[in-house]
Design a protein around this ligand. Structure first.
Ligand code: ADP
Ligand code: MG
Length: 266
């Protein structure tokens, strides 16, 4: 049941099935993107909730977190087999299609409208954590008291480890394969890490990863990794990506204002 719930959220948000295929038509994010500049699309309430969470963090980070980053992600080719460094002109035209203000949410009608043709949502920073949280809710409803879900970079636990001690989660040391930088003790909470070492390609002598600064269109270079601990996996996942884009002092300012949220910045 928990897996099915995760699958459902993945299906709503996956934006890469081929246009025209049966899967494509079923996916809310695909339909929203196809209708950009044309009209609003009625979606699952969970999609509205994810977009509201995203919008909140767009405001919180003054635009550094932006799920309308899709056109720029695609230009770099991060979803495909041949990522490459884009040219200045094409980067400029892709950036012109990014902006939270051009995303219109209507909770009452459950609709989403992107008002510029070519706009595209990318929920890559949100969906995994949100799906993890929904799956944990399924487990709780079924009376499960101790559990861990590792969605890859996003981990959520309920209860304690079997012997009554908190779950121990290692934070990977950037740049090394085995070493652990610190160990978190988690109980009824989530930890999410965003880092440049998950998905990247090398070009010339430089390395380019998949978390972009919407101000420049280039990978954000302020941090090597950001781990966020919070009560909710959806929040932890969004915040880890959002804080990764910011300067460490700006990131800490946000963390320190939030209760129940802690972070490790490298
Ligand atoms: P991962 O998906 O590797 O676990 P993250 O949770 O940090 O890592 O999410 C990275 C994804 O977030 C990217 O693949 C992309 O889909 C999306 N993304 C990249 N830059 C931004 C940004 N500035 N704002 C919002 N989402 C972004
Ligand atoms: Mg994230």
């Amino acid at each position: 049941e928990a897996y099915a719930e995760m699958r459902r959220i993945a299906d709503l948000t996956d934006r890469f099935p081929l246009a025209g295929s049966a899967g494509h038509a079923a996916r809310d994010v695909c339909r929203i993107n196809d209708m950009a500049g044309i009209g609003p699309v009625r979606v699952d309430p969970d999609v509205i909730t994810m977009l509201e969470l995203s919008r909140k963090h767009n405001a919180r980070t003054r635009g550094a977190f932006d799920v309308t980053i899709g056109p720029v992600m695609d230009l770099w080719g991060f979803g495909g087999k041949h990522p490459h460094v884009p040219g200045d002109e094409e980067l400029k035209s892709s950036l012109a299609m990014v902006g939270d203000a051009h995303m219109h949410l209507n909770r009452k009608d459950r609709t989403v409208y992107l008002d510029k043709p070519g706009m595209r949502l990318d929920l890559g920073a949100v969906a995994k954590g949100y799906a993890t949280e929904k799956a944990i809710q399924v487990l709780k409803r079924n009376g499960i008291e101790k559990a861990i879900i590792d969605a890859g970079g996003t981990i959520r636990v309920i209860g304690t480890h079997a012997r009554g001690v908190p779950w121990r989660i290692g934070i990977k040391k950037p740049g090394s394969t085995e070493d652990i930088l610190a160990v978190l003790s988690l109980q009824d909470s989530a930890a999410a890490t965003s880092a440049g070492y998950y998905r990247y390609f090398d070009s010339g002598r430089r390395r380019f990863h998949h978390i972009l600064n919407p101000g420049t269109g280039y990978p954000a270079m302020e941090n090597e990794s950001v781990t966020v601990v919070a009560g909710d996996a959806g929040l932890a996942d969004v915040l880890s990506t959002a804080l990764f884009v910011l300067k460490p002092e700006e990131a800490l300012e946000i963390v320190n204002k939030l209760t129940g949220v802690e972070a490790v910045l490298v």
